[in-house]
Design a protein around this ligand. Sequence first.
Ligand SMILES: Cc1cc2nc3c(=O)[nH]c(=O)nc-3n(C[C@H](O)[C@H](O)[C@H](O)COP(=O)(O)O)c2cc1C
Length: 195
Amino acid sequence: MSTTVLVLYYSKHGSVAALAEKIAIGIAQTGANAVIRSIASFDPDQPSRHPLVANSDLSQCDGLAFGSPVRFGNMAAEAKAFWDNTSSIWLKGELINKAAGVFTSSGSMHGGNEANLLSMMLPPLHHGMVLMGIPYAEPELHNTQTGGTPYGPTHVSGLQGNTKLSVDEQRLAVAFGKRLAQLSMSLKSAGFDKQ
Ligand SMILES: Cc1cc2nc3c(=O)[nH]c(=O)nc-3n(C[C@H](O)[C@H](O)[C@H](O)COP(=O)(O)O)c2cc1C
């Protein structure tokens, strides 16, 4: 019984996309399928590093990692607009009892990354998903000088938005992907996702 975890994100300058790729590495380490999909920009000329998401990617996944940059303390409008088009999935209850977690990137250290993660949890909760974060058993959570939170992976991209992921941020993103895939597999093998 194969398990598919969707890594779904919006990113303008690539920081959230970089976190998505690390999360996918963690998912793949468990033997689950990692599917990376991006949410289209409102700007039709903006390129995307990964294929654009279709609603079928969401309804067919066994688990979800959802990422967006911080925009004035909240998720990007593109990410919110994506969720606003998922009523048909909600009506069928297709995400109920599936695992989910959230990730983000902010320009500054205290620019709202944790607040954003909390608000990004709202759509998956309304869809009935089982949310998870990162436990303090991960040593990097105690030591990171930049991103990485118990609410989910984060990155601090700096004033110019081009700072690379730190080693701690990378490790926490991989650990998060691994944990999300393990939880997705557990819920699926117990038949919980079908209840
Ligand atoms: C309109 C706008 C609003 C932003 N608001 C915030 C903010 O509230 N706090 C913050 O720390 N960074 C903010 N940023 C910076 C981005 O969150 C940051 O550059 C992020 O790493 C971008 O992710 P991306 O490279 O995946 O697009 C904002 C950027 C833009 C364009």
